[in-house]
Design a protein. Structure first.
Length: 365
C-alpha cells in the first residue's frame, strides 16, 4: 500500500511539473507575440478593453453554467466554483498542447469531476453533450454570420455544418428517451466497435455491457426546456466571445464592421479549431486579421484589434487557467465531494422530524 501511495504521489508530481513545463514553454516560445499584444495596449481605449475582458468573462461563465446544468442531471449538486475552476483549467490545457489538447482537456475534466463523486455515465454524458451543444451553437453563429454578410455560399455551408453538428445531439437525446431508438443506437455502436476490432485487431465490446451502459444513460433525465437552456448558454458563450472581439476593435478607435463581424469571427474560430498550433496561435491571428481586413478595416488597425482580442481570449485564459490547473493537480484527491440534490430535502425533513418529536423525558413511561 505504501508503494502504491508513493507511486501515485510521484505520478502527480510529474504531471504538475509537466503542466508547468508546457505553460512556461508556450510563454517562452510565443514571447514575441505576447510582447506585441502588450505593446498594442498603449494605443487602446482602456474602457473598451476592460469591456472586452468583461465579455470574455461572460463567455466563460456561460460555458461553465451549461456544464453545471448537465452535471446536475444525475442528482448531484455540482458547485459552480468547482465547475468553473475545472472548465477554466481545461481550456488552458486545451490551448497549450497542439493536436491532442482538446482530448487531454476532456480527460482532465472527466478525472476532476469523478474525484468529486460524479457517476461515470453522467460525467461522460455531460461532457459529450456539452461538446455537441458548443459545436452546434458555433454552426448557428456561422449561419447567422453568413446571412448578415450576404454570402449565399457561406450560408449553404453553414446550414450543412449546423445539420452535421446537430445530428449527434438528436441521436443521443432520442436514444436516451425512447427504447426503440436505444436499441438502434446499441446496434450501430456494436457494429462500429466490431468494425474497429476487425481493423485494429482489438477485443470486442460485450453487447450486454453496452446495453447496461445505455440503460444508465437512459436514467439521465433532462426536459426539452433544460436542453434548450444548455444550448442557449452555448450560444451566449460564442456571442460573448464575439462581443469581446467587437470591443477590441472599438478599443483601437475603429468602427465595428457589424455586417461582416460574425463571419470574420467564425473564420477565426474555425481556424483555431484545427489544433495544429497551441490555441490556434498564429493561425487565428492570421485568419482573423485577413477576415477583418476583407470587411474594410485597415490592416494595421485590424492586426492591433486582433492582438488585443487574443491578449484576452488566449493569454488571459492560458496563464490564469494554467495556474488553476496546477492548483487542481496539487490538490489531488482532497477535492470535496458534490452533495446529492435529493439528499438535501430528506436531511431537512429528518431534522424537522427530530425537532418535532418529543424528548425522552417528556414521553410517557
Amino acid at each position: 500500500m505504501k508503494a502504491r501511495s508513493w507511486r501515485r504521489q510521484w505520478a502527480r508530481a510529474v504531471l504538475v511539473l509537466l503542466a508547468i513545463g508546457v505553460i512556461v514553454t508556450v510563454v517562452i516560445v510565443d514571447r514575441h507575440a505576447l510582447g506585441q499584444s502588450l505593446s498594442a495596449l498603449g494605443g487602446l481605449d482602456p474602457r473598451w478593453f476592460l469591456l472586452a475582458i468583461f465579455c470574455e468573462v461572460i463567455s466563460l461563465v456561460a460555458f461553465g453554467l451549461s456544464r453545471r446544468r448537465l452535471l446536475r442531471a444525475g442528482g448531484d449538486q455540482a458547485r459552480f466554483s468547482s465547475v468553473m475552476a475545472i472548465t477554466y483549467a481545461g481550456n488552458a490545457l486545451s490551448m497549450s498542447i497542439p493536436f491532442a489538447g482538446a482530448q487531454l482537456a476532456v480527460v482532465f475534466s472527466y478525472q476532476q469531476f469523478r474525484r468529486r463523486g460524479l457517476d461515470p455515465a453522467v460525467t461522460g454524458w455531460a461532457l459529450g453533450v456539452s461538446a455537441i451543444a458548443s459545436s452546434s451553437a458555433l454552426a448557428i453563429v456561422l449561419v447567422a454570420g453568413a446571412f448578415a454578410g450576404g454570402a449565399p455560399v457561406a450560408t449553404a455551408v453553414g446550414f450543412l455544418g449546423a445539420a452535421i453538428f446537430a445530428l449527434p445531439a438528436i441521436t443521443v437525446i432520442l436514444a436516451l428517451r425512447y427504447p426503440r431508438a436505444r436499441v438502434l443506437a446499441n446496434r450501430v455502436i456494436a457494429w462500429a466497435v466490431g468494425l474497429v476490432r476487425r481493423i485494429f485487431h482489438k477485443p470486442g465490446l460485450d453487447p450486454a455491457a453496452l446495453d447496461e451502459f445505455l440503460e444508465q444513460l437512459a436514467g439521465i433525465r433532462l426536459s426539452w426546456h433544460e436542453y434548450g437552456e444548455v444550448f442557449a448558454l452555448a450560444v451566449v458563450n460564442w456571442l460573448a466571445d464575439c462581443a469581446c472581439l467587437a470591443c477590441a476593435i472599438k478599443a483601437t478607435g475603429e468602427p465595428v464592421p457589424w455586417a461582416g463581424l460574425l463571419l470574420a469571427y467564425g473564420a477565426g474560430a474555425v481556424a483555431g479549431s484545427t489544433g495544429v498550433t497551441p490555441g490556434g496561435f498564429l493561425i487565428v491571428e492570421a485568419a482573423l486579421t485577413a477576415a477583418l481586413a476583407a470587411t474594410g478595416m485597415a490592416p494595421g488597425h485590424a492586426l492591433a484589434a486582433v492582438l488585443a482580442y487574443r491578449l484576452v481570449n488566449f493569454w488571459m485564459i492560458l496563464l490564469g487557467g494554467g495556474a488553476t490547473l496546477i492548483f487542481l493537480r496539487l490538490r489531488g484527491n482532497r477535492a470535496r465531494i458534490f452533495p446529492r440534490i435529493d439528499d438535501q430535502p430528506r436531511a431537512r425533513a429528518d431534522a424537522a422530524a427530530d425537532r418535532a418529536a418529543p424528548s425522552t423525558a417528556d414521553r410517557p413511561q
